[in-house]
Design a protein around this ligand. Structure first.
Ligand SMILES: [Zn+2]
Length: 346
């Protein structure tokens, strides 16, 4: 096994007015993702200063929820007339309905193939109410992905994305998921696949299985069920970042209802934790190895969830130029401390 957790601790030194201009020494931990070698800085000294920016203001939430309800295209009274339909050769009925989820193409596509799944009739759900609806959302998305791949086997790359509440980048408050697919891999997936394959070629083992084995005994391990392991990543890109990995599946085409249920049960615990921390917004991605290919040797299905900035004046984003332009991750809390708190919700 050759997973290495490399970090280098540096210090910022200043004469702080908060300490009567005595020397203040703040640890800045540079960590390197063990697979991608991507760098991130852990700056827990900032967490108390910025924690309030992750918390929402209840009145601001009510204002945006009520203000967007009247013209919401996804509310039951408008969804039939305001949402598009799939071409007949891909979905004969035009839309896919599973439980409360209604899945249709995005009116303004982000990707060559882009479905939107409206998860429920309610215009707004609290974080701890979303998981039940997500289960049917993923099942509906899978029906579409499988049908797409049957229609054109070159469409190999697919993922689910959930953006929840405006700070996450979502333009509609009503709970929904995006399902994206293309012949071309998404940047991050391309990197994960190529580095995972390179790891397999040089070590003869699967990185994700090795990661589970080594993390299972450590401080970042959160929980596991029959097929899904939950942990916090060694070098998170963001403060509230959680990773789930399937122990046995590498491809969405192998996903069954039981495994979807296991992932969703974990989402429930993560969102309960976020809610207790005062968060109201998150991004989630659920990704797969290439459709129609056997990537079992080197890859595994994964899910990543990040908690986003709170919804409150003055609406400060938690992502700044360091991440967007310098491509450096930053987390204001160590993943070990995050795992400790998250564990209590599993
Ligand atoms: Zn609505």
């Amino acid at each position: 096994m050759s997973i290495q957790f490399i970090k280098e601790v540096k210090y910022a030194r200043l004469l702080s007015p908060l300490k009567d201009y005595q020397v203040d020494e703040q640890a800045v931990e540079h960590r390197f993702d063990p697979l991608l070698n991507r760098e991130t800085v852990i700056t827990p000294g900032r967490f108390q200063y910025v924690k309030r920016l992750f918390e929402s203001n209840e009145k601001d939430i009510v204002d945006v929820v009520e203000g967007t309800r009247v013209n919401c295209p996804f509310c039951p009274e408008r969804i039939q007339a305001s949402t598009p339909k799939f071409p007949k050769e891909i979905v004969k009925e035009g839309r896919i309905v599973v439980g409360e989820t209604v899945l249709f193409p995005s009116l303004f596509a982000h990707m060559d193939y882009n479905a939107v799944g409206v998860l429920c009739k309610e215009h707004y759900l609290k974080l701890n109410e979303i998981h039940e609806k997500l289960y049917d959302g993923i099942r509906a998305g899978l029906i579409w992905i499988k049908s797409l791949h049957k229609y054109d086997s070159n469409i190999k790359y697919a993922c689910f994305i959930e953006n929840y509440f405006p700070p996450s980048g979502s333009t509609v408050v009503h709970p929904h998921i995006q399902v994206l697919a293309s012949e071309l891999p998404f940047n991050m997936l391309k990197e994960l696949l190529s580095k995972s394959e390179a790891y397999f070629k040089s070590n003869g083992t699967n990185y994700w299985i090795d990661l589970i084995d080594v993390e299972r005994k450590g401080e970042r391990f959160v929980s596991e069920s029959d097929d899904v392991v939950w942990l916090t990543p060694f070098a998170p890109m963001y403060t509230y970042e959680v990773l789930a990995v399937s122990k046995s599946l590498s491809n969405f085409q192998e996903l069954d209802d039981n495994t979807i249920r296991e992932f969703v049960n974990g989402v429930k615990c993560v969102l309960n934790f976020f809610q207790e921390e005062g968060l109201s917004s998150f991004n989630m991605v659920f990704y797969s190895g290439p459709l129609g290919e056997d990537s079992k040797n080197y890859f595994r299905i994964g899910m990543k969830i990040i908690g986003r900035a709170g919804y409150r004046f003055p609406f400060v984003s938690d992502i700044w130029g360091l991440q967007t332009l310098m491509m450096e991750g930053e987390a204001y809390e160590t993943p070990e401390a995050m795992a400790k708190k998250l564990k209590q919700h599993f």
